[in-house]
Design a protein around this ligand. Structure first.
Ligand code: CA
Length: 233
């Protein structure tokens, strides 16, 4: 089945343009002007889950941040791409800290948005030969399948978001050595290394729940005090 996108955007022209373009590429698209309505839809769509939410921050009624917060409070892991207003680094950081997977600042170019969406939705239909970075790898008893955006843990398959996989792959490539928060911000989120955000730590907590036998006493994804993180496979 084609991936489904839930678009929360109150600017009618923009929403119409995006819907047209996404549908032309085969996506199913639902558009909501209000965050409250989008949340309601996400609640009842449990049987046919939405694959990606594109969420404008400035909305009538509750803001995009509020939508994101409520979504994550319900432990809904759907990837969220935030559309933020121009020149508001604070908004970007706030959004990432609240669990957004990616962001674009308005105005954005359509091809860039489409590329980001493809990355967030990337799955295993790819039959190309696996490159080194896409080969499955092992962390303790967990196997990571980069091409499928999945991990397998005790026979159970769990999905990874694009950013979770990107962070895990970076730490794995450098396993045994400490990687600084600044470098992680730059490589995974394309943010300046000095950006003040907890996003790296938030994502590490998420990853620990996925890969650690006991997330409260990590054995693989280790903190390096006032520096960053180190992965021991
Ligand atoms: Ca708006």
């Amino acid at each position: 089945m084609n991936p489904s996108i839930l678009l929360v955007e109150d600017e009618e022209h923009l929403a119409r343009g995006l819907r047209f373009n996404f549908e032309a590429e085969g996506y199913r698209v639902d558009v909501f002007e209000r965050g409250e309505d989008a949340l309601e839809q996400l609640e009842i769509a449990a049987k046919d889950p939405v694959d990606l939410v594109i969420l404008d921050v400035m909305l009538p009624g509750i803001s995009g941040f509020e939508v994101l917060e409520r979504l994550r409070a319900r432990e809904n892991p759907v990837p969220v791409l935030l559309l933020t207003a121009r020149d508001t680094n604070q908004d970007i950081v706030r959004g990432l800290d609240m669990g957004a997977d990616d962001y674009l600042t308005k105005p954005f170019s359509l091809p860039v948005l489409m590329a980001r969406v493809r990355t967030l939705l990337r799955r295993t239909t790819n039959t190309d030969e696996e490159s080194a970075s896409q080969r499955p790898f092992q962390i303790g008893k967990v196997t990571v399948y980069p091409q499928r955006f999945e991990i397998e843990r005790e026979g159970e398959r769990l999905r990874l978001t694009a950013m979770e996989l990107s962070l895990l792959s970076l730490l794995f490539a450098r396993r045994g050595t400490a990687v600084s928060r600044g470098e992680i911000l730059e490589q995974v989120w394309d943010l300046h290394p000095d950006t003040r955000t907890r996003v790296v730590d938030t994502f590490v907590l998420r990853l620990r729940k996925l890969i650690e036998p006991d997330p409260s006493t990590p054995r693989h994804l280790l903190s390096v005090r006032s520096f960053g993180y180190r992965l021991e496979a």
